[in-house]
Structures are given as C-alpha cells and as structure tokens.
Design a protein around this ligand. Structure first.
Ligand SMILES: C[S@@+](CC[C@H](N)C(=O)[O-])C[C@H]1O[C@@H](n2cnc3c(N)ncnc32)[C@H](O)[C@@H]1O
Length: 178
C-alpha cells in the first residue's frame, strides 16, 4: 500500500472505528469489503467514524456484499447468513440495499448513489480478469497443493453458487451534509 501511495500521502494501519484522525479532516473515505464481515454494532461504529472524520460535503464510498430484494424472505436470509458464515469462517452479514442505506443515514450521512452488480466472487472468468493469467495460475497452484484449502475454497464456491441469485456486489456513495 505504501508503495502505491508513495509521497502523495501516508499509510497507517489501524482500527476503522478508531482511526485517530481529526474531526472533519477527510474529503473522501473509502471502505472496501470490510463492513460486511462486522456485526451490527461494529458496522455502525465504523460508519460513525467515517462521518466524524469527513469534512462537510465530504464523501463516504463503500463496496460490500448485498442481498436482494429488499423484502427478502426472513427465513431464507437467516439461512443464507448462517451458510455463508459456515463456508467462509467469518460471521459475514451481507445486507439489503435498504439496510446499507439505513446504516449510512443513521451515521448522519445522505446517500447519493447506490448500485449493484451480479455476484462474481470465485467466478473463474472474473478472477482471470482481476488477477491475470499468472495470478490465477498462482492461486490455482496454491489451492491444488493444499487439500484443506481446496476443501475450504470449494465449499465457499458452492455456497456462493447456491445463493448467487440472492447475493450481489453493492456500492454506495454518501455525503456528509454541510
Ligand atoms: C475482504 S478484505 C478486503 C480487502 C481490501 N479491500 C483489498 O482490496 O485488498 C477485508 C479487510 O478488512 C480488514 N478489516 C476488517 N475489519 C477491520 C476493522 N475493524 N478495522 C480495520 N480493518 C479491518 C481485514 O483485516 C481485511 O484486510
């Protein structure tokens, strides 16, 4: 990360709910694939921290796991969450667009834009585009060489496939009111 940022800024590693940054010090806060894995309280704490460090008019952008539709059957949603947690070994809680929006609004932000894309996690075509042939070959080699890892990846893949109509990638952009 430091190599990417270079002398355009500084890189710190820390807890997203307690960044240590001053109030209203950021133009933009970006969170990528790190809220879905938090419980409700931690999600709210991180969104509140983003709102605190943003200057008025500043933007918070997130990219996370979504579920559709907003009125998804409650029992099906509970099963999806349980199966996902079991498969990826993280108590992931993907949410509906309405719930992601509510999270932002409860942090005092105004949501400007929401969009979703089909679930592409562990899809070979998508991995190839993202990682390139060399990257995909390296991942495949590692997975093939380790039986436990192979079982784990295949289980994740089966679960993503089972719920591919229910799960989406979701992105939101919100701003802090003036
Ligand atoms: C699924 S990965 C996302 C990867 C990252 N966006 C990237 O492109 O490489 C989730 C990351 O969020 C980090 N993370 C999870 N909870 C966090 C928290 N409360 N504070 C800071 N980082 C956290 C994890 O350590 C992990 O590196």
């Amino acid at each position: 990360m430091a190599a990417v940022v270079g002398d355009r800024g500084s890189v710190r590693q820390g807890e997203a709910a307690r960044t240590g940054l001053p109030d209203a010090s950021a133009d933009v806060v970006i969170g990528e694939a790190m809220l879905s894995m938090q419980g409700d309280k931690a999600k709210a704490a991180i969104a509140a921290e983003a709102a605190r460090v943003l200057r008025p008019g500043g933007r918070y952008a997130i990219h996370e796991l979504g579920v559709v539709p907003d009125d998804i059957d409650e029992a099906h949603y509970t099963k999806l969450r349980k199966d996902l947690a079991r498969a990826i070994h993280v108590n992931a809680r993907p949410m509906t667009a309405a719930a992601w929006k509510q999270l932002m609004e409860e942090a005092g932000l105004v949501v400007d834009w929401v969009d979703t894309a089909p679930m592409a996690l562990l899809k070979v075509g998508r991995n190839l585009r993202d990682e390139g042939l060399g990257g995909l070959a390296r991942i495949a080699r590692n997975v093939l060489a380790d039986a436990e890892l192979r079982r784990h990846v295949l289980r994740m893949r089966r679960t993503f496939k089972r719920y591919e109509r229910d799960m989406v990638g979701i992105a939101l952009v919100a701003h802090k009111p003036e």
